[in-house]
Design a binder for this molecule. Sequence first.
Ligand SMILES: *Cc1c(COP(=O)(O)O)cnc(C)c1O
Length: 367
Amino acid sequence: MTTLNINVTLSETKKEKPQSDQLEFGKTFTDHMFVMDYTEGLGWHDERIIPYQPISLDPAAMVFHYGQTVFEGLKAYVTKNNQVLLFRPDQNFERLNKSNDRLCIPHIDENKAVEALKQLINVDREWVPTAEGTSLYIRPFIISTESYLGVAPSAKYQFIIILSPVGSYYKEGIAPIKIAVESEFVRAVVGGTGTAKTGGNYASSLKAQQLSGTKGYSQVLWLDGVERKYIEEVGSMNIFFKIDGEVVTPAVNGSILEGITRKSIIHLLQYWNVPVSERRISMDDIKQAYADGKLEEAFGTGTAAVISPVGELFWNDEKMVINGGKTGEISQKLYDTLTGIQTGTLEDPFGWAVEVPTEAKALATHV
Ligand SMILES: *Cc1c(COP(=O)(O)O)cnc(C)c1O
């Protein structure tokens, strides 16, 4: 057991909780947050749970200027028996450290981070929404806080976890989206920061997202940054296709963000003996499969939506309607299985669901 000394300061007032049918993504936050600091020479220190509040930073804090920052996203769900479950949280903190490596941010202790998260969730346990399809979205992140305008790794950081109750991603069952292939802008290149969850990747994706939105497409399909030929990701999700009975997804190549949902889906398909492969896939391959009537399904994968079926793909002035614009069989089965494991309604043969025990209390407490 990791021992952690977290100082807890409870909020004197409690915010009003929104009705479960009024929850939106990422707009409401709970009563508390977890914070710890990093100082060069001292390491990570001052682990604390405090009332949710603004952070005060010097205008010269490095994060504002050169974007040295990383984040994660995961969810907690309440089961029928009032247990709170996390989905593979160890994977998120392992990936946070990979992002840290790329951004020259010091590593955190992954086990302690999971423990801190469990304690924070316990403090705000009544905020985990219970209605069908709702969950508590968890956003851990690190920012560089040293006041210095030199382009160099910061000597100070803050690691923060905030929690946000979120509504059902799909109000009326899972629904396919329309996406457009992006041929002008790129998300990442091999050697860049595409494999890290770092703010700059999302800032640079907004332009393409905005332009495709004006044409009626909800997400863009990113191609490789060199040849603009090979498929990378959709929006901020990984992408899968079912072609002639085989499920395929772009191989991790040094520019794709390796999703935990992606990894779990590959594992599930192998467990079901459904043919699945990770390889390079070009838009020409997709067009050919479509022309041959072999493009059976397409879906994006990520923590927020879990599975987002693709009903229409637009490329070079041509529309490809996939599976009649409807959710495919394997997309639906993957969605039902993953959400079943996440919410505790299905058997979890893989040990992916991790309970937040009610006794996970902070060691030092004062109000
Ligand atoms: C977070 C993210 C994903 C999906 O990762 P999950 O761990 O499945 O949520 C995919 N692509 C990008 C660019 C991302 O930021």
